[in-house]
Design a protein around this ligand. Structure first.
Ligand SMILES: [Zn+2]
Length: 452
């Protein structure tokens, strides 16, 4: 018989909504069945009690943009201190050598790293499908099942190689036909629709400078047919705006609209260089933006206009991006980065730690069009993270929620996904992190040494 668990009396709780859960939450199976207000007792019978009095309770964090394979190329000497395009040109020849074992290992390591930071749902953008890796999404789905994270794998694509004026090497691009057939296949094989989905598929041409307009259009049509989401990089740098104007005679958002992508089933990584009129149109279309503060700072790309976008109706969430441009995969640290970079654009009373926490939870869930995760409420999935404040960095802190963000929390104590503990006492419950790391280091060396 299914047990009911009461996470009782947390030190502090962020529900990402207006409900009072200061007395804790009740979990049954995969779902939250009751919120207990401050000083209250559960209405429903409880089988097990978990004492949370020393822990801060958050909804499981949701990462809306990543490239897990890039965990293999963190801090590569030749790519340091470069702008986006030369940075990509340096790394593409290395990435072109990616092999199945390497992707498996990178997916496990990155998901584990995120999980340990309190992140329970991860959207990954994989767009490298060289001949050795035509079943990349299959490999990632298998790796994710071993870690237990909820995932949205986006079947990326690149069809414009160097020979056709694009950036990526020819060996990493596929034909439109190959790409669309595989998109269709992985949706049919892996995509789960509806509440509680552990694996979803979205379609994600890499960027305007790596695919043809025709592929952008056909991808939008295929996504519509299967009712899956669309994702791509957009308006990350000024260089990209210039490239779009030169290549298509359009600014990035106009281009996006011209290929049938300006709607609420699309989310964009970065979304930095939009003007007021474009933000208004994005809001009207209810498009989503994955704000990636660390990556934007590392590559000196700029500062996303998060508050204006939200005010206009754009859905805003957080992404760690990378990991070659972050170079970490830690979502609770990204919450702090979002607050700090926000303070460079806005006044101190215009962006708060609660904004940053909201972006990482409910905001990110909305970006992915997920109504079942991202907040603590009755009927939502039991995805959550508990943080202790017993490290030196928190000593002397008074507001526990603000302390998580301002003092720099970096690891969750316990993490639950779909009602199952996946991290307890800072450790993965059923995986050997040392073994995952050993294998990952080995694969990272192999990849960098393969470069021709
Ligand atoms: Zn990216």
């Amino acid at each position: 018989m299914t047990q009911t668990l009461w996470l009782k009396n947390p030190l502090a709780v962020f529900t990402a909504n207006t409900s009072d859960a200061r007395g804790g939450i009740l979990i049954r199976g995969t779902t939250i069945i009751e919120l207990v207000p401050l000083g209250g007792q559960p209405v429903q019978p409880v089988d097990q009690v978990f004492d949370a009095t020393k822990l801060v309770l958050l909804p499981g964090l949701v990462n809306t943009h990543h490239h897990l394979y890039q965990t293999l190329t963190r801090a590569v000497p030749a790519a340091l201190n470069k702008r986006l395009f030369p940075w990509l040109k340096t790394l593409y020849p290395i990435w072109a050598g990616l092999q199945p074992d390497m992707l498996h290992s990178a997916t496990q390591l990155g998901l584990a790293e995120l999980l340990l930071s309190g992140c329970t749902t991860v959207a990954d953008h994989h767009y490298l499908f060289p001949d050795a890796l035509t079943e990349a999404i299959d490999i990632q789905v298998q790796a994710a099942a071993s870690i237990g994270s909820r995932v949205v794998f986006t079947r990326g694509s690149m069809s414009l190689g160097e020979q056709d004026g694009g950036l990526p090497p020819q060996s990493t691009v596929q034909s439109d036909d190959q790409i669309l057939r595989d998109c269709d296949r992985v949706i049919g094989r892996f995509h789960q629709a509806g509440d509680g989905a552990m694996v979803q598929i979205a379609l994600a041409p890499c960027s305007p400078f790596s695919v043809t307009s025709e592929l952008m259009r056909q991808t939008a049509a295929l996504a519509k047919q299967h009712q899956v989401m669309l994702h791509t990089h957009l308006a990350e740098t000024f260089d990209e705006n210039e490239f779009c104007l030169q290549m298509f005679g359009l600014r990035p958002l106009d281009y996006l609209e011209s290929v049938d992508w300006l709607h609420d089933k699309t989310w964009l990584a970065h979304g930095i260089h939009f003007n007021d009129e474009e933000i208004r149109r994005m809001g009207a279309a209810r498009i989503g933006v994955s704000h990636c503060p660390s990556s934007n700072m590392v590559l000196a790309s700029g500062i996303a206009r998060t508050k204006e976008m939200e005010a206009a109706g754009v859905k805003v969430g957080l992404g760690v991006d990378g990991s070659a441009s972050n170079d970490g995969s830690n979502l609770i640290q990204e919450v702090r980065q979002a607050l700090l970079i926000g303070r460079l654009r806005y006044q101190a009373d215009e962006v708060s730690h609660l904004d940053a926490l909201r972006w990482a939870t409910k905001g990110s869930a909305q970006v992915l069009n997920r109504n079942d995760i991202g907040e603590l409420a009755v009927g939502k999935q039991a995805d959550l993270a508990l943080f202790s404040l017993d490290e030196a960095r928190f000593s002397g802190a008074h507001d526990p929620l603000a302390a998580l963000v301002l003092c720099g929390a970096h690891r969750a104590e316990h993490v639950m996904v779909a009602g199952q503990w996946r991290v307890t006492d800072h450790r993965l419950v059923d995986q050997d992190l040392d073994a995952i790391q050993r294998e990952h280091r080995h694969q990272a060396i192999q990849l960098v040494n393969r470069q021709v």
